[in-house]
Design a protein around this ligand. Structure first.
Ligand code: COA
Ligand code: AMP
Length: 628
């Protein structure tokens, strides 16, 4: 069956199609019902099936005789450590940690927050939760305490699992002071804080009272068995930026997700069980969940945990070293990482040092990939670079190429074609489908396929308003796109207040809330401007309160600090420019797109709804002065 037939079947005969895919994984009870509706009339997959994700990722392989296969490679140039774990060794760690969680009273349906760096114990903690039906929420280690507080208060975890520190190149990031602050600020009380002590020599800090030592807990606990959960039981919550300051707790099911990931490993990534697959993403992002942990492990691939950066750890050859050393056959990263390597090693000199003969395909996602980066990659690495598009909400690719039969054709600048299960259309604002080459909103006809979000944690109304209310019967992606006559789709960027900074999804509204809380700020607009390396970076334009005497330099310094303290260093807001007025429509809406275009120095059309055209000249003058 070729890619087109698979796609056609997935749309025209969806229940049969996904029933067949579900047969590719092992269920404790195979579902009788393939597709039904929940109490809100939202579609759900395999509702009466029963399974366990940790069983599929670990125990099943041991039962089938692959216990001695390497499941996990940990490579940490920043701490000079390398370690491997077979499936059997991973099971020992995971089942005992799961037993430890049970001994603390955690049970199916409880939640646990995991705030940890790129170390094997993070993966163990995720799978230990999955083993006993505890719903995990991994929080990216680069987020500040405030972000942790928001998540703790929303999902009310019974346990917070953390480590003593992360390592950013040569800099140690102590986690415990951040955790302590978050616990102090959170309204919800977390019963247990479990800490993995990394024993990094230059990172000794005091543990505060009441912490549980991760290793001691593992040592003294009995292994726990996999519990059987319903297919729709949430495996995890993953918070992502939306159009308000409050992140959305995307809720993922178990059975649909396992089915979709298994399908994707075979058909999209073209990976055979036993191969090494490496997604160089932090565990805290959707890619880290789906393709550093669950996807490869349930497909019996060796997964790589990399603690480092594509450059400077120790140089821009690090990716190629890892690919060569562990015989990686397919890799997944964000284009920003390749841009960073290209900048450091424009002629690909470091690539030549390594044997990349096992490396077959490079997958890219997370942000738009510029053609120059694709060209550089293919010229110097000699492997196809395949762009594909997805979101935290989908949990697996929605646009891409099906590489399983090597019949795929890459089109430069396109993120590919709709993946089976995703009936994608490009709509105008009134819900009419657009012809090829016209730019519009990317929407997906319901039901979304297995694996896509179940909803927003404890907030059906927000789920409905964010995704389902714009076009009846369709999921609204928040991205703009153009389709061509061959069905390839070109993503043109977000149509809301979400930006992508070095592959990290962030909300400009959240930043605006922080900037506006500065005592001298009357109003502000934060927009994402183009950046050669990071794709986009946030930029604040600020109107001061009458009578304010703060200097522009002091204000900028304050704002940079406040955003860093509240969101984290990854937000990367480095510029705040004072303007007299912000451009607005006659009804008072800030014209953010116009501000962004002016800051990018691009041609623009004066919006017909603008209240006062003179503001454009004022801002342009200020930009010239600010940049000088
Ligand atoms: N913990 C603590 N701090 C972190 C962090 C973490 N996990 N990740 C990043 N930061 C900090 C960095 O140290 C830096 O701090 P600084 O301003 O004090 O120097 C800041 O956040 C910005 O980090 P980043 O944007 O990542 O820039 P960088 O120069 O450190 O690295 C890249 C640039 C391109 C190498 C890196 O952004 C990258 O690998 N991006 C890919 C992201 C990705 O995989 N996304 C998933 C989708 S596929
Ligand atoms: P996240 O939820 O962090 O995965 O971010 C999802 C968003 O990243 C999407 O809505 C897009 O705006 C952007 N994105 C992801 N993949 C791509 C891609 N291949 N091309 C362009 N934008 C992308």
């Amino acid at each position: 069956m070729n890619a087109d037939t698979l796609f056609k079947n997935s749309i025209e005969n969806k229940e049969n199609f996904w029933k067949e895919q579900a047969q590719e994984i092992t269920w404790f009870e195979f579902p009788d019902t393939i597709l039904s509706r929940d109490e809100n009339n939202y579609p759900q997959w395999f509702p009466d099936g029963k399974l366990n994700m940790c069983y599929l990722c670990i125990d099943k392989h041991i039962e089938e005789g692959f216990g001695e296969q390497i499941a996990i490679v940990y490579d940490s140039p920043v701490t000079s450590q390398k370690k491997i774990y077979t499936f059997r060794q991973a099971k020992e760690e995971i089942s005992k940690f799961a037993g430890g969680l049970v001994s603390l009273g955690l049970k199916k349906g409880d939640t646990a927050v995991i705030y940890m760096p790129m170390i094997p114990q993070t993966l163990f903690a995720m799978l230990a939760c999955a083993r006993i039906g505890v719903i995990h929420n991994v929080v990216f280690g680069g987020f500040a305490p405030h972000e942790l507080v928001v998540r703790i208060d929303d999902c009310k975890p019974k346990a917070l699992i953390t480590a003593t520190a992360g390592v950013e190149i040569a800099k140690r990031i102590p986690y415990l002071p951040l955790v302590e602050k978050a616990i102090e600020l959170a309204q919800d009380k977390v019963d247990h804080i479990i800490v993995y002590n990394r024993k990094l020599v230059d990172n000794q800090h005091e543990m505060f009272d009441g912490l549980i030592d991760y290793e001691e807990l593992v040592q003294k606990s009995e292994p726990a068995d996999c519990v059987s959960v319903e297919s729709t039981h949430p495996l995890y919550l993953l918070y992502t930026s939306g159009t308000t300051g409050k992140p959305k707790g995307i809720t993922r099911d178990t059975g649909g997700y396992a089915t979709a990931l298994k399908f994707s490993m075979k058909y999209i990534y073209g990976i055979e069980p036993g191969d090494t697959y490496w997604a160089a993403s932090d565990f805290g992002w959707a890619v880290g969940h789906s393709y550093s942990v669950y996807g490869p492990l349930l497909n019996r691939n060796t997964t790589v945990i990399f603690e480092g950066k594509p450059i400077m750890t120790p140089d821009a050859g690090t990716f190629w070293r890892i690919i060569s050393e562990y015989k990686v056959s397919a890799m997944f990263t964000a284009p920003t990482a390749i841009r960073a390597i290209k900048k450091e090693d424009p002629d690909g000199e470091l690539v030549k040092k390594y044997d990349l003969s096992h490396f077959k395909k490079q997958f890219l996602a997370g942000e738009r990939c510029d053609v120059a980066t694709l060209d550089w990659f293919e010229e110097h690495i000699g492997v196809p670079a395949i762009d594909h598009w997805w979101q935290t909400e989908s949990g697996w690719p929605m646009l891409g190429l099906m590489t399983f039969d090597d019949q795929y054709k890459i089109k430069r600048a396109s993120a590919g074609k709709p993946i089976p299960g995703y009936d994608i259309k490009i709509f105008d604002e009134n819900g009419y489908e657009l012809d090829p080459h016209q730019e519009g909103y990317l929407v997906i006809k319901l039901p979304l396929p297995p694996g896509a979000m179940l909803g927003i944690w404890n907030d059906y109304d927000r789920f409905q308003n964010s995704y389902l209310s714009q076009y009846n019967g369709y999921y609204f992606s928040g991205d703009g796109a153009i389709k061509d006559e061959d069905g390839y789709i070109f993503i043109t960027g977000r149509v809301d207040d979400v930006i992508n900074v070095a592959g990290h999804r962030l909300s400009t509204s959240e930043m605006e809330e922080i900037v506006s809380s500065h005592p001298d700020v009357a109003e502000c607009a934060v927009v994402g401007i183009n950046d050669d390396l990071k794709g986009q970076v946030p930029f604040a334009t600020v109107v001061l309160k009458n009578g304010s005497s703060i200097s522009e330099e002091d204000l900028e310094r304050d704002i940079i600090r406040m955003v860093r303290e509240k969101i984290g260093a990854v937000a990367f807001l480095k510029n705040a420019m004072v303007v007299k007025r912000l451009p607005k429509t006659r009804s008072g809406k800030i014209l953010r797109k116009l501000i962004r275009t002016l800051l990018d120095g691009k041609d623009f059309q004066v919006p017909s709804t603008i209240d006062d055209e003179k503001i454009i000249d004022e801002i342009q003058e200020k930009i010239q002065y600010y940049k000088a």
